[in-house]
Write a protein that binds this ligand. Sequence first.
Ligand SMILES: Cc1cc2nc3c(=O)[nH]c(=O)nc-3n(C[C@H](O)[C@H](O)[C@H](O)COP(=O)(O)OP(=O)(O)OC[C@H]3O[C@@H](n4cnc5c(N)ncnc54)[C@H](O)[C@@H]3O)c2cc1C
Length: 433
Amino acid sequence: MIRVITVQIDSKYTYHLLTPSIHPFATASPQDTGLPVTSPHPILIAGGGIGGLATALVLARDGHAVTVLEQASSFGEIGAGIQLGPNIFKMFAWLGLTDVVSKVSFFPPGLGMNDVRTGEKVVRVPLGDVSRATYGFPYGVIYRADLHQVFLDACRELPNITLRTDARLESFEQTADSVRVRLANGETLPGVALIGADGLWSKVREAVVGDGKPRVSGHIAYRAVLKREDVPTHLWSDDVLLWGGEKTHLVHYPLRRGELFNLVAVFHSSKYDEGWNTFGDTAELTERFRDACPQVRELLGKIDTWKMWVLCDREPVKNWTDRRVTLLGDAAHPMLQYLAQGAGQAIEDAVVLREALRVARGDVPLAFQKYQQARYLRTGRVQLTARFYGDIYHAAGVQRELRNQLFQSGQESAGFAGLKWMYDGIEPSKLFQ
Ligand SMILES: Cc1cc2nc3c(=O)[nH]c(=O)nc-3n(C[C@H](O)[C@H](O)[C@H](O)COP(=O)(O)OP(=O)(O)OC[C@H]3O[C@@H](n4cnc5c(N)ncnc54)[C@H](O)[C@@H]3O)c2cc1C
């Protein structure tokens, strides 16, 4: 049972507190939490993806009134898998969501890379207990829609979150103490702040950063999900397995407790410059993987229909905040998927934003600056390192030989160790000390 308690601390700040049963951090006193709501208006969040919902959840748990504006006619996610590194499970622990996420996740025993042409093993990093021992948290994979549902269910439990669909942000303006959002249907909404969690093609970013269209990487992802019974045993792998080749790779792993099998095939192409979730051209895919080993070609042959993504990112920036307006997730720092971190970084953003609002004690512009300051180098590093990993996966010639030699000569976990800065994650309570 969730209750909202409103406490008037002084003439300026009103504190809305939730009962402690909701999350481990709700036990602090009003003075400790410092949850000022200096406006009768809610915090507006544009975008109800994983980043937007995670943010709504953490802010509402702190007592803020939050309205999520989602342009689609329903809340949901496309059916595809995402990987969740230990830094993301650290956030689930912090959020008290570990059990509910784990119930719908799969925990692969290893992370492997094979050569797509020869089929040879390049490297395999054990996960499971090794991930727990090294980082304190597991490495999992999850159906994207299941993760989104976890956040949606948690948001629906909180009375101070309003979830709106068919609510496309068109523009916004701000004054010294408020924002006003205009929706595509002409409606206007007041808010105390605006968080643009509206993804790669963010409208909010257009106004705040104004750096044009995202950078088209020239890489395209084809994705498909098979049922377990449709994958022959000799093609199944419990590992997250990546088959790297010249300008191509295929990655696959089980999903949803092992009931599904997720495949993503990536190749370089100049054919498309825009596109998301459209149907892929199977003939082109087959052509790109014509030199692949028989196992990979057989696996690709199991799929009749692929969905396609044109992969984009942006240069890292550190000006994604303008007074009462800030960005979060892909809107702030879109990255290529080669480190499997986009959604995870969005969740970290949400947690940091919550901490910043607490320490700034009601000063929204100050909080948003603190949040940006705490995030831009880490997220920028992931953005740039992800590009580099794309090159490693798609290496050819001497680069490929060198990659294989380096990976094979080191310890099994050497490849993983290079990403310790990322997988170690963040310490929310120490961020603003
Ligand atoms: C092929 C591929 C594989 C990936 N694999 C991984 C992985 O393994 N692990 C991982 O962590 N990440 C992965 N990612 C990245 C991850 O998908 C994204 O980083 C993450 O979904 C970003 O979440 P978000 O909430 O910021 O944005 P989005 O998920 O894009 O959500 C934005 C939301 O805003 C809405 N919206 C847009 N404009 C407006 C508007 N004007 N008004 C109102 N609403 C609006 C959209 O409808 C959408 O619901 C992958 C991405 C790709 C392409």
